[in-house]
Design a binder for this molecule. Structure first.
Ligand SMILES: *Cc1c(COP(=O)(O)O)cnc(C)c1O
Length: 388
């Protein structure tokens, strides 16, 4: 079999017995909606992340949406986030009628730049330091910040939380790619009001369908989220306290995740080793910049993303050699048609735009061996030699 970008088959081969047994238990008890595995998973995940509450849900996008609903984010509100992320991060803001306000990223970590966040907030308040703002931004009420832990590396929470606190804003982590990563020694989920994560199959902890969860130390928020995920239920099933969603995690998916969770620490270590090996091998390759971890952070290495002006040539060459690659993300969100109404223009977020032009990701998963990584990096070296 060829080189896999993310090797879910190798993982299944490793855990097949546990996963089949867990799924069989659900088939036997038949409680497919909110069965006992759901609560068990929430308890174990909260323990794993060192948070008081884990509220599972249908996918990572709903995990982002539900806290915004709980906080009554809506028309007239602004939520600040990065343009260099997956559409879901900002989509949930618009879905509630609020306005996404983008903030450029740091060129080394690809995560939100706290200085740019501070400047954007100052400009929304009437200062004029030249931050790009969406149409009508000066009349909006800034409510919160959604940071993204892109590719698995946590954002700069100390600096971002300081800015957010000064402006009275909540901070929500988009931890869809960073479950298991740490910032200043503490796991994601502890660095803002809450964190949203995803169990999409390709994420660091993936199920066999859609799934997600919110992690938080705020008990009131957790209670509201538990209500929102079941149609805004009140004290019983046919008492509806608020408008909610049908956003539960399937019991079968919880069972898959329960079988996989005990393996996650070893998988995270294997990803870290693979990242170190790539870093070492890429040291000898010119025209390709390997990713960096900022001080005080560990990454879940959801992706291993490199920068190169020669991106297209290298990717084409690697494809011929049977090495899969991918681009996350080819178009920053402020230039997406879905956000055309915001009135942003090309050139306004130069770092995100530059990254989108030259970034690409190499095969990365816990079952990647050094011999395969040597093949990948040798192919990159050969491509660079041919292209320069
Ligand atoms: C995957 C992802 C999401 C959405 O998760 P789903 O489970 O697919 O809804 C949100 N944000 C980021 C950064 C992601 O990578």
């Amino acid at each position: 079999m060829g080189i896999q970008f993310i090797d879910l088959k190798a993982q299944f081969a490793e855990m097949e017995q546990d996963i089949r047994a867990a799924m069989d238990r659900v088939l036997a008890h038949g409680r497919f909606i909110m069965g006992p595995e759901v609560a068990e998973l929430e308890k174990k995940l909260a323990g794993f992340c060192g948070v008081d509450h884990c509220v599972s849900c249908s996918n990572g996008t709903d995990a982002l949406l539900m806290p915004l609903m709980a906080l009554d984010v809506g028309p007239g509100d602004a939520v600040l986030t990065t343009p260099f992320t997956f559409i879901a991060t900002a989509e949930v803001i618009s879905l509630l009628g609020a306005t996404p306000v983008f903030v450029d990223v740091d060129p080394r970590t690809f995560n939100m730049d706290p200085v740019a966040l501070d400047q954007t907030l100052a400009d929304m308040g009437g200062a004029a330091s030249g931050s790009p703002l969406p149409k009508g931004a000066r009349g909006l009420h800034p409510r919160g910040v959604i940071t993204v832990d892109l590719f698995g590396q946590p954002a700069d929470y100390e600096a971002i939380n300081e800015v957010a606190a000064r402006h009275g804003l909540f901070v929500m982590e988009d931890a869809a790619q960073s479950l298991g990563a740490t910032y200043q020694g503490r796991p994601v989920g502890n660095h803002g009001l809450c964190a949203a994560t995803s169990f999409f199959p390709a994420k660091p902890l993936g199920c066999y369908g859609d799934g997600g969860a919110v992690l938080t130390n705020d008990g009131d928020l957790a209670d509201t989220l538990r209500s929102i995920r079941v149609h805004g239920k009140g004290s019983h099933k046919y008492d509806n306290a608020r408008i909610g969603l049908n956003a539960r995690l399937d019991t079968l998916q919880a069972a898959v995740l329960l079988a996989k969770l005990p393996h996650l620490p070893a998988e995270l270590e294997a990803r870290q080793r693979a990242a170190e090996t790539y870093g070492r091998l890429l040291d000898d390759v010119k025209y390709v910049t390997a990713p960096d971890l900022a001080p005080g952070r560990t990454s879940a290495w959801a992706q291993y993303s490199v920068l190169s002006e020669l991106r297209q040539g290298i990717m084409d060459f690697l494809k011929q050699r049977g090495v899969p690659t991918a681009v996350y993300y080819p178009l920053p969100l402020h230039l997406q048609g879905a956000f055309a109404d915001l009135g942003y223009r090309k050139g306004q977020f130069p770092i995100a735009e530059r990254c989108a032009e030259i970034i690409f990701s190499l095969p990365m998963h816990p079952y990647l061996d050094q011999a395969t990584q040597e093949i990948v990096v040798r192919a990159i070296g050969d491509a660079v030699a041919k292209l320069t």
